[in-house]
Design a protein around this ligand. Structure first.
Ligand SMILES: *Cc1c(COP(=O)(O)O)cnc(C)c1O
Length: 464
């Protein structure tokens, strides 16, 4: 499989190169040259196949030429060994045709593990093949750092340096990062805010000498490999729910960077009969406004109780825009340049037809989110995290057909956002063993000043 950039001016690359590159050199995102078909007429015939088997069939065409199917099967098996449920992403029946797809059974209890647990081993393999080493640097406000650390700990050829704002992440979030006892994991607690951490990371990437010496890299959500791994659970859910009387399924996806829901679009493109993809946002509603009006317009980022969706520029939307413009890289580039310079663009009416066919969207504020958490607790005895609650509210509101199952993606375990959940239900959230066991373990992190020279010096020291 070859990959092309959405901006059309970067080299066409194979999977291994795309994996390590992340972003294309022209500032665009890599997408497969053509979308493969699933190769199964009736997805319900896969109903008894384990998640791991489905994963290999879904991903094999995307890695063709770089990873052989049997090697992929081995990587997949090891990746999902770390999950605490045999189905990897189990479906839970909520009644009335509503389902929860639980994506939080990985090591850090959030959906990013599903992709990152596989991407870590893929990186390790590709680096070994090339006899190369990289240093992954990232900034985290708490949630994504632990998933990246868990994915890369003890991996040959990889050092990981994670910056977090000192004293500004929750105790659980800090423990999930700092109790990892691996020589290649380095936590720096910056005396500053999350924005300071991000600025420091950007400045280090802009430092050519540092970038070349340490082979700096990132595993951000623009990396194609992450989206590829996420396509699998849409196919898995389809295999379980489709039946002669159930010709299609719909999904509601709590969205931020548009990575998760774009994977759903890919699954549909590959042949999964998906009737609706519902894009659920919190108060940061740029996606909702885009899907309702065709206008992409920047707003201010506001802090909510579903912080992993507090995003205004949803990077992966570029991949959808590229498709809506018939894969015209020049038109896509022009649109994005205009968006960047004017802060607002309007999609042509003709481009919106495909959007209207499958996408719906809605937004929810924190009060409504808390009410939904309490409501589901009373109604069904289930406790959901705030991101999942946003997806449930918008999903129920936007559902077009009650005859088709609606799958709401549960993107985090409630214990991961225990404060917000407790505020909503008035009850203490019990910590699962993975989190409860962290308290009292030795922590490894270094406090550093919010100063580029000082941080850069520490990065060089810890990785040498
Ligand atoms: C990252 C994340 C999201 C948003 O996913 P995108 O792929 O960025 O749209 C939603 N919920 C949780 C818990 C997350 O960690």
């Amino acid at each position: 499989m070859k990959y092309v950039s959405t901006r059309g001016r970067a080299p066409v690359l194979g999977f291994g190169d795309v994996l390590l590159a992340g972003l294309a050199t022209d500032g665009g995102l890599y997408v497969p040259e053509a979308w493969p078909a699933l190769g199964v007429d009736d997805l319900s015939s896969w109903a008894d196949r384990p998640y791991q088997d489905i994963a290999v069939d879904v991903m094999a065409p995307f890695v063709e030429g770089d990873v052989e199917p049997d090697e992929l099967a081995e990587l997949v098996a090891r990746a999902y060994d770390s999950f605490d449920h045999p189905d990897v992403t189990p479906l839970r029946d909520l009644g009335d045709g509503l389902w929860l797809l639980e994506l939080f059974h990985g090591p850090t209890l959030a959906f990013k593990d599903v992709a990152l647990q596989l991407v870590g081993p893929l990186f390790e393999r590709e680096l070994a093949r090339r006899d190369e080493r990289i240093t992954i640097i990232g900034a985290t406000s708490g949630d994504t750092g632990s998933a990246a650390i868990e994915a890369t700990k003890d991996r040959d050829g990889i050092e990981i340096v994670m910056l977090h704002p000192h004293g500004r992440v929750s105790e659980t979030q800090r423990l999930q990062m700092t109790t990892v006892d691996s020589a290649n994991v380095h936590n720096l607690a910056v005396e500053g805010t999350f924005d300071d951490c991000q600025d420091l990371v950007k400045a280090m990437f802009a430092d050519e000498a540092l970038r070349d010496d340490l082979h700096l890299s990132a595993v951000n959500s623009m990396n194609w490999a992450r989206l590829m791994a996420q396509v699998v659970y849409y196919v898995y859910a389809g295999s379980r729910l489709l039946a002669p009387a159930v010709p299609a399924v719909s999904f509601s996806v709590p969205s931020g960077n548009f990575g998760n829901i774009f994977s759903g679009w890919v699954a549909r493109r590959m042949g999964v009969p998906i009737a609706q993809l519902i894009c659920a946002s919190n108060r940061n509603d740029i996606l909702t406004r885009f899907f309702s009006t065709g206008v992409l317009e920047l707003g201010e980022v506001v802090a909510t109780i579903s912080p992993s969706m507090d995003i205004q520029v949803s990077s992966n939307l570029e991949r959808l825009l590229f498709e809506l413009y018939g894969r015209d890289a020049e038109a896509t580039t022009e649109l994005l340049h205009r968006f960047r310079s004017e802060g607002r663009v309007q999609l042509a009416e003709t481009r919106l037809a495909e959007v209207d066919e499958v996408f719906d969207a809605g937004e929810v504020d924190d009060d409504r989110t808390r009410a939904a958490i309490a409501d589901w607790r009373d109604r069904a005895g289930i406790v959901v995290d705030p991101h999942t609650a946003v997806g449930l509210v918008v999903g129920e509101a936007q559902r077009r057909s009650r005859d088709l199952p609606l799958v709401c993606l549960a993107t985090a375990h409630p214990a991961k956002f225990a404060d917000a959940v407790e505020a909503a239900t008035g009850e203490i959230v019990e910590l699962p063993p993975r989190l409860a066991g962290l308290k009292g373990l030795p922590e490894r992190f270094e406090v550093v000043p919010n100063d580029l020279d000082a941080v850069r010096a520490r990065v060089r020291a810890v990785t040498s």
